[in-house]
Ligand binder design. Structure first.
Ligand code: MOS
Length: 743
């Protein structure tokens, strides 16, 4: 579509693009939104897992006799009595995926601290807790390996163009630095929970999941039943950040307990357990070598990255994802390595790969800018590519430099004095830093159905889920737009595997994936409606060619007559004795589909001011300007909220977070919110978020790309770069600690 046509189409939109309140807001603020652990059923029991207190070794013996005799206890399950639990067949499919590759209780070997060894089930939560504590387990422990030194990893080449090593050796201006990030834990407010109901061979699982279909398929395999015997419900999620993408071992414990006892079972893990066995971003070590000409043009870019895995997974953090296309450079080498540690399985965490990758490369670019005496924004301009040089294909839509330009203007970057410690205000040293962001723009396969009903309402149904990002609201907006109905007339039904299969909520792909399916469903629906209007015996337009008819704002009318002369669809349905009209639509996926014709990503730039008070060693993020290039923003309120949340997470990543494993027992020792420090409101200043809404309809007709994860990319580097500017200390190991700034 030519740009002016898209622009005029956008300007005519009535609902899409407006800062709409959350349609599910009232349910949430009144506490009536049903999260998984809110479900209660008659006769429901409570399950509490018992976890290993060693990280490497075997179970020697387990005594459950005391626990079993305690009041209210129905069972204590372990390897010997839980019944058969199967492995998920090896596959590369995101509709049948777990990170930990074996079911719970498969053998007596302990691979990480917190691995479940038993589960106590009782009439009340207190009784189950007491019973779990009374289970006595003795272990033959070995020394665990939880070392954060990953130099034992074997490296392999992921991407190569030109001769990066030769170009680097020959270069006059270069940097060669290493960057490290600790374990970051997703820390969603809502804890992982399963309420499992088993009746007549069928499981209904109320789950905290970002992927209901995957969850059903995986649980069917683990439980040894057919997928049609498993129904998964996830109506509301208190965030996931990747930690709820794939099922974890506790899910099977709840389901198997419900099956064995024939009663509903609720299992909510503790905050401590959420540090053990529900994923984390792994320890990552990266080395970045950059070489450039005197004017900053990159001549070599070498990016090595290594991450730990657990013993039972093969999780790779793909840190080089953005490295391949972010800058123009003839000689690029990306390599990666993996090594196993006695830790629970790592998993995707918001912006997997690109976020830690850009932390390293965007810090290195700042170091290069300083070395060459070039402004960091200018260095980006000099190295802006005209195509995706990694895949040798054109960019679909890339406006990174415009993000920098707008951000610099809003921030006042031209007033920056690059000299370290030179900028002060109110007795504080100011540091100004910038960094870029990128994230994939892809689609997953999706189906959706849209209905018009006798009561004058519409309904859209899709087996995806709203993980807190606003999917209910966005879908209501799209359907209201397409069917030209008021937003309040649209009901959105999600989070149930009996609905048409929708995408998992990951990779910031849901909105982009749903638009083609939902717009197609709406157009099929109105076609069916007009065709029925021309053919139904009781229709006022019976016998009129459907081509002469039109649907506008809920009215069926002749094309040449004004819509108010027509008949409202609800009146038409009533008159013709139809209960409803349904249209369904599908969209094909693009993600993982081989080499694309165009390189599709979103981009962004952050400008961050920190304040440093050396006398009291006080470091604060003071000001943030972020510009995001993610195409059309369907709902500026929900969109800004996503980016703001990401920036807050970036402040945590840069300055506060990091789980530490104690070396003798292998336990994550700061496994609580007093010791694993997350940013709170006082750590987060006003965030000035802007969107560059450049037209591009390659991903879908609305021109909308994902905005969940992009906001996190680059934040930590912009902060570290600002810290250097204020203090002269280059911090390459996150989180930045004040003690690092005092030495
Ligand atoms: Mo996201 S880490 O794909 O939930």
């Amino acid at each position: 579509m030519p740009e002016n046509e898209i622009a005029s189409k956008w300007n005519s939109h009535e609902v899409v693009g407006k800062p709409t309140n959350r349609v599910d807001g009232p349910l949430k603020v009144t506490g009536s939104a049903m999260y998984s652990s809110d479900y209660h059923f008659p006769g429901m029991l409570y399950a509490v897992p018992v976890f290993a207190t060693i990280a490497e070794g075997t179970i020697q013996s387990m005594d459950t006799s005391v626990a079993e005799k305690m009041p209210g206890v129905k069972a204590v399950y372990h390897r010997g009595n839980i019944g058969k639990l199967f492995r998920v067949t090896p596959n590369k499919d995101m509709t049948m995926k777990t990170d930990e590759l074996r079911p719970p209780f498969e053998d007596d070997t302990i691979r990480y601290y917190g691995q479940y060894v038993a589960v106590a089930v009782a009439e009340t939560l207190e009784q189950a807790n007491a019973a779990a504590e009374a289970v006595k387990v003795s272990y033959a422990a070995k020394a665990p390996n939880v070392s954060t030194n990953l130099s034992d990893a074997k490296m392999k080449v992921d991407h190569q163009r030109g001769d990066a090593n030769a170009a680097f050796s020959a270069a006059e201006h270069k940097i060669d630095e290493s960057y490290e990030t600790p374990v970051f834990v997703h820390s969603a407010i809502e804890l992982h929970a399963t309420v499992a109901v088993y009746e007549n061979g069928n499981f209904t699982l109320y789950e905290t999941t970002q992927a209901i279909s995957n969850h059903r398929n995986v649980m069917a395999q683990i439980l040894g039943v057919e997928p049609e015997n498993v129904k998964v419900i996830s109506k509301f999620l208190g965030s996931g950040f990747g930690g709820k993408l794939w099922p974890w071992t506790h899910c099977a414990l709840a389901a198997a307990s419900a099956r064995n006892l024939g009663r509903p079972v609720k299992l909510v893990i503790s905050r401590k357990m959420a540090f053990h066995a529900t994923g984390h971003r792994p320890v990552i070590q990266q080395r970045v070598k950059l070489a450039a000409s005197k004017d900053g043009k990159l001549t070599a870019l070498i990016h090595e990255h290594t991450n730990h895995m657990g013993m039972l997974d093969n999780y790779k953090e793909n840190c080089g994802e953005a490295t391949k296309y972010f800058y123009s450079c003839p000689n690029v080498l990306v390599s990666s390595g993996l090594t196993k540690r006695n830790v629970g399985s790592p998993t995707s965490m918001r912006g997997p790969g690109a976020v830690p990758g850009l932390w390293a490369t965007e810090s290195a670019m700042d170091e290069l800018a300083i070395k060459l005496g070039i402004d960091p924004v200018q260095l980006r301009i000099v190295n802006e590519p005209t195509k995706d040089e990694g895949l040798d294909i054109p960019f679909a839509s890339r406006h990174l430099i415009d993000c920098y330009k707008l951000g610099a203007e809003k921030f006042g970057w031209k007033d920056r004095n690059p000299e370290v410690g030179s900028m002060t205000k109110d007795g504080l040293v100011l540091g100004w830093g910038t960094a870029g962001a990128a994230w994939i723009a892809e689609r997953l396969p999706a189906t959706a159905s849209v209905e018009l009903r006798q009561d004058g309402t519409a309904k859209v149904a899709c087996g995806t889920q709203d993980i807190g990002t606003g999917t209910y609201t966005i879908l209501a907006q799209i359907v209201a737009e397409e069917l030209q109905l008021p937003l309040q007339k649209v009901e959105v039904v999600l989070g149930d595997t009996s609905l048409p299969q929708g995408p998992l909520s990951g990779g910031s792909m849901v909105t982009g994936s749903l638009i083609p399916a939902v717009t197609q469903a709406c157009s099929k629906l109105t076609d069916a409606l007009l065709s029925a209007a021309s053919s139904s015996p009781f229709s006022p337009y019976s016998g009129v060619d459907a081509k002469e008819l039109k649907y506008s704002h809920g009215m069926i009318h002749r094309k040449e007559e004004p819509e108010q002369n027509g008949i409202a669809f609800d009146k038409f349905l009533q008159k013709c004795n139809f209960n409803n009209f349904v249209g369904s639509g599908t969209s094909a996926g693009t993600f993982g589909g081989g080499k694309p014709k165009e390189s599709k990503h979103s981009y962004g730039a952050h400008f961050i001011e920190i304040t440093w008070q050396p006398e009291t060693a006080r470091l604060r993020v003071n000001r943030v300007v972020t510009v995001i290039d993610a195409g059309r923003i369907l709902n500026p309120k929900a969109g800004r909220n996503q980016v703001e949340g990401s920036i807050a997470m970036g402040i945590g990543m840069a300055m506060l977070e990091g789980a530490r494993y104690e070396p003798t027992k292998g336990a994550p020792i700061n496994s609580n919110f007093a010791d694993y420090i997350l940013p709170v409101n006082l750590d987060v200043p006003h965030l000035d978020v802007h969107f560059l809404e450049r037209e591009n309809t390659d991903l879908n007709s609305y021109g909308a790309r994902g905005i969940g994860e992009i906001g996190l990319a680059g934040v930590a580097s912009a902060i570290a770069n600002a810290v250097y500017h204020a203090t002269g200390k280059r911090i390459r190991q996150l989180p930045i600690r004040i003690e690092d700034l005092l030495t």
